[in-house]
Design a protein. Structure first.
Length: 140
């Protein structure tokens, strides 16, 4: 009686041979391999496009100093290719986060790393300065 409870009724669920299981395993392995290879290719594509897009020019606002009610000095560090020319945009914000100054600064030096202190004129007292972004210019 215990033997009948452990087994499935014959003919009820169809018959599977060992060849069917091997074929299903092989199909799953092939599908898994193809999907895994496609996933790795996609990750590689995204990585290469991210690196190549961000390698033209990048910058960092090292520090800033509010000199007066109408002026802010900012220390920028720009990293770029030696032949790349670029423009970085800075803006100054007041205590209520209103923009009181904005200016684009060009970097045309033939060096891969440029440290520069720039002066940004403002229409009111600034409390902070921030780097909006950098982009390469057309001329190389």
């Amino acid at each position: 009686m215990a033997d009948l409870r452990g087994r499935l009724p014959e003919g009820r669920y169809g018959r599977r041979s060992a060849g069917d299981d091997a074929r299903a395993d092989r199909t799953l392995k092939i599908v898994g391999g193809v999907l895994g290879a496609a996933f790795l290719a996609m990750i590689g594509w995204f990585g290469i496009s991210y690196i190549s897009a961000s390698s033209d020019i990048s910058a960092e606002l090292i520090k800033f100093k509010v000199v007066s009610d109408n002026e802010v000095q900012a220390h920028l560090e720009v990293r770029k290719g030696a032949e790349v020319r670029g423009v970085c945009a800075l803006r100054a914000l007041s205590a209520d986060k209103a923009e009181v100054g904005r200016k684009d600064f060009a970097f045309e030096q033939r060096e891969s790393r440029v440290d520069r202190v720039v002066t940004l004129r403002t229409t009111g007292r600034a409390t902070t300065a921030e780097l909006v972004g950098c982009e390469p210019t057309g001329g190389r």
